[in-house]
Design a protein around this ligand. Structure first.
Ligand SMILES: Nc1ncnc2c1ncn2[C@@H]1O[C@H](COP(=O)(O)OP(=O)(O)OP(=O)(O)O)[C@@H](O)[C@H]1O
Ligand SMILES: C[C@@](O)(CCOP(=O)(O)O)CC(=O)O
Length: 501
């Protein structure tokens, strides 16, 4: 039986930069666009096996095939890349296989291993698709190398690393313990302790592969789905990211597990160092529409400049961050109030949404409806982000984006719009009402889509409807899931394409 794990992409709706600091939180939506990893035995497992092959195929890419040999040396598993003519290296994949194998062997020292074939695919919306009239097949080949692909900002590396490390670890440990709160009709998810370990493992691999410590909100979204995220302290990872730790030699499997295991390393649970994941939901009958902006921004350098400003003007920065932090929390709270109201009286909520969908957010404000408060909160957060951008000299919401966001926000049924994550020229989100009565062509979302498709001041392309987040739905909030191949459209075909490599 193959082991399949899928993980969602992310949109950091609010909390960019602040979320790097444990004092503040990030407000994250998971996307229905997901990464899938399929792990299959390609031979028999043997007792006392000292080496086995792991082949990883990513059928969407011309260079998407990596071969590894796992060898046991002095009781420790080491994963080495097998170089073939024309093959590229993939640090994210290599480190995922190495770390997952070490943790699996530490959890079960007498585990037996078989050769493995692994297939990785990401929903089309993680990558810009070539313009064509027909919709691409699921997990469509991109006709380019990984290095040359244009990413859309949904967090491909975090979703990929999390689904790969998780599927490998679950495959090797044949974890049968399941979570009683698993959604009905789906394969049961692992228990909470296992999920926590999978999270810690993916955070470690992702940080190591990126060569930096981001806040980790993207990996957390890949595991836990939509959430209010407070980062874990770097101390949780001990010296794992420090190349000088262990005198420069590789960490043993046992030591790796003792750092990553939430039951062995109290830093993961102690209030002064632990991260936290609490709820964040978009209200029912709202739709978060996403669009890719072609210009692109360099997140690490933007982060560097904001941090420099923070150091140079600590008092002003502290004041702005506190205000932004409060504004972001208010946005989360008003979404929670709207979700609660919809739960209490679904009919009244639907009627209100249907009425407001024909009016602009400016027009709502005269009647002081709760959706008007959400619109105002979004404007407040944007204004503060722009102010921080001006102060730090970083284009968090550059004028071209302001113009585009304002144009979207002025359409009927639009609650507001923003630049996700670090901001800049990468992407935008637009939150609109999604009345059940509207036909696909008369909905606020379709008006936004038309505006974006005909926009000429900047090159902006809406992601497909498959990537839009529907408020209050399972698909729009779920984190890591175990999957059956026959239930994921196009997955079997993608595996077959990979076999032809
Ligand atoms: N389908 C895939 N198969 C294998 N590796 C992948 C795949 N997609 C992404 N990766 C890995 O992730 C790396 C990209 O990571 P990087 O941190 O640059 O992007 P990112 O910030 O996650 O992108 P974005 O947020 O825009 O999706 C690739 O170089 C590759 O190693
Ligand atoms: C700037 C930052 O807070 C968010 C970056 O988000 P994104 O990759 O632009 O979606 C960095 C981080 O949290 O790792």
């Amino acid at each position: 039986m193959p082991t399949i794990v899928s993980c969602p992409g992310k949109v950091l709706v609010a909390g960019g930069y602040l979320v790097l600091d444990r004092q503040h939180q990030g407000f994250v939506s998971a996307t229905p666009s997901r990464f899938y990893t399929v792990v299959q035995d390609a031979g028999d497992a043997g007792a006392g096996v000292e080496r086995f092959a792991v082949t990883v195929v990513s059928p969407q890419f011309d260079d998407g095939r990596w071969e590894y040999e796992a060898r046991r040396e002095d009781g420790e598993w080491v994963v080495a890349a097998v170089e073939r003519e024309g093959s590229s290296s993939n640090t994210f994949v290599h480190l995922s296989v190495q770390a997952a194998l070490q943790v699996a062997s530490a959890l079960n020292p007498s585990a037996t291993f078989a050769p493995l074939e692994v297939t990785i695919v990401g929903s089309n919306d993680f990558y810009s698709q070539s313009r064509s009239d027909s919709a691409p097949v699921p997990f469509a080949p991109l006709n380019c190398t990984i290095r040359n692909v244009h990413k859309t900002g949904l967090g491909s590396s975090a979703a990929m690393v999390t689904s790969l490390t998780s599927s490998l670890l679950l495959h090797w440990t044949s974890s049968s313990s399941s979570n009683p709160s698993s959604p009905a009709g789906r394969l049961p998810n692992p228990d909470n302790d296992t999920i926590h370990l999978l999270h810690n493992l993916a955070q470690y691999v992702h940080s190591l592969a990126q060569g930096k410590v981001g806040s980790g909100f993207d990996v957390s979204a890949a595991v836990y789905g939509s959430q209010t995220y407070r980062r874990f302290a770097v101390e949780c990872l001990g010296g794992l990211l420090d190349p000088q730790a262990n005198g420069g030699s590789k960490i043993s499997s046992k030591d790796l597990l003792s750092v990553l295991s939430p039951s062995l390393n109290s830093a993961w649970t102690s209030p002064s160092t632990a991260g936290s994941v609490t709820s964040f939901s978009l209200p029912p009958h709202t739709l978060l529409l996403l669009a890719d902006v072609d210009a692109g921004s360099n997140t690490p350098s933007m982060v560097g400049e904001v941090m420099q400003w923070k150091k140079a003007a600590p008092e002003e920065a502290e004041r702005v961050w506190s205000e932004l932090g409060r504004s972001n929390e208010k946005l989360r709270d008003v979404f929670a109030e709207l979700s609660e109201a919809a739960k209490e009286d679904a009919g009244a909520n639907e009627r209100e949404v249907a009425k407001l969908a024909g009016l602009t957010a400016k027009e709502w404000s005269s009647s002081a409806v709760p959706f008007a408060a959400a619109a105002q909160r979004i404007l407040d957060t944007r204004a503060l982000m722009r102010y921080m951008g001006e102060q730090s000299g970083v284009p968090t919401e550059p004028p071209e984006q302001t113009k585009l966001l304002d144009a979207c926000s002025a359409l009927p049924g639009v609650i507001g719009a923003g630049v996700p994550g670090a901001g800049g020229y990468d992407a935008i989100w637009v939150l609109c009402l999604d009345p059940s009565s509207a036909s696909a062509s008369t909905s606020p979302a379709s008006a936004v889509e038309s505006l974006l498709l005909s926009y000429t001041d900047m090159s902006v392309r809406p992601l497909s409807k498959n990537a839009w987040v529907r408020g209050g739905t399972f698909e729009g909030e779920a984190g890591l899931l175990r999957e059956r191949v026959e239930e994921v459209e196009g997955l079997q075909e993608a595996i077959e394409r990979g076999k032809k490599r």
